[in-house]
Design a binder for this molecule. Structure first.
Ligand SMILES: C[S@@+](CC[C@H](N)C(=O)[O-])C[C@H]1O[C@@H](n2cnc3c(N)ncnc32)[C@H](O)[C@@H]1O
Length: 247
């Protein structure tokens, strides 16, 4: 491998770490006196009220899809604990593990949610032994990864879930016109700068369905971001993938 190729690989490896450091630094410039508000901005909350309402909506989605007390759950890309804090407000009791790529985010979650485990993990893998988790969820994480990275995570989530366990995650899709603004903003960045500092990626339901089949999940179920039938509208689309239990 030549030096240019090596340098490119070094710059692209951990692209999500570089992106999130950039976002956090930008939000700290916006909110120099309020670190917590800056961190909320970095994970996409427009205000403290939004942060709490979005967390409650995440828990409503989990409850609708079978979250119950006593479960072992894994919050991939847990950020500063939007879901974890909402789980505490909800009164849920169980074994929670959150994983994220930056110590500053994970430290904040730990401080807010004593008794919950939160770890820094940059490998595209789940920090849990085989077949030990009842539920894995991740909100707006695949939106920042390449499809290949998503596939590797899906494979490892399947390994870590118990038979009968469930994965729930959110994603952006071109089929939803509400998501087009994300693409338009990125396109404008590329037009002006030739680049966009954050990767916002889109998935397709047929890719997720194909990957689920290849990995061994049951056929996925999807909910569009505007659907309010069973929980508040989520804006991003939702996918639910079950690891089949033995017959
Ligand atoms: C939009 S924020 C959402 C945070 C959290 N899921 C929530 O709903 O509050 C995306 C999160 O994904 C994390 N992230 C980015 N790349 C990741 C990766 N490769 N593995 C795990 N987490 C990642 C970011 O650090 C960030 O905390």
């Amino acid at each position: 491998m030549g030096w240019i190729e090596k340098a490119l690989m070094r710059a692209n490896r951990w692209h999500f770490v570089h992106s999130y450091r950039t976002i956090i630094a930008r939000e700290k410039r916006k909110h120099p006196q309020d670190r917590e508000r800056a961190l909320m901005g970095a994970i996409g909350a427009a205000s403290r009220a939004d942060f709490a309402a979005q967390g409650d909506a995440q828990v409503a989605v989990l409850r609708h899809h079978g979250l119950s007390d006593g479960m072992a759950v894994y919050d991939l890309g847990c950020g500063i604990g939007r879901t974890a804090q909402a789980l505490l407000r909800d009164g849920w009791r169980g074994r929670y593990t959150g994983a994220d790529i930056l110590p500053e985010l994970v430290d904040h979650l730990r401080a807010q949610c004593p008794g919950f485990t939160a770890i820094v993990q940059r490998k595209l893998a789940i920090a849990a032994p085989d077949a030990t988790l009842d539920m894995v969820f991740h909100w707006s994480v695949f939106t920042h990864l390449y499809p290949e990275e998503c596939f590797l995570y899906l494979q490892d989530i399947h390994r870590a879930l118990k038979p009968g366990g469930r994965l729930i995650f959110s994603f952006l899709e071109f089929e939803d016109p509400a998501h087009h603004t994300v693409f338009q903003t990125r396109t404008a960045n590329f037009a002006v700068n030739g680049w966009s500092s954050v990767l916002d990626s889109f998935l397709h339901r047929d890719w997720i369905t194909l990957w689920a089949r290849q990995i061994g999940f049951a056929p996925p179920r999807f909910t569009s971001g505007s659907d309010t039938a069973d929980h508040p509208a989520f804006w991003q689309s939702l996918a639910v993938l079950d690891k089949p239990a033995p017959a």
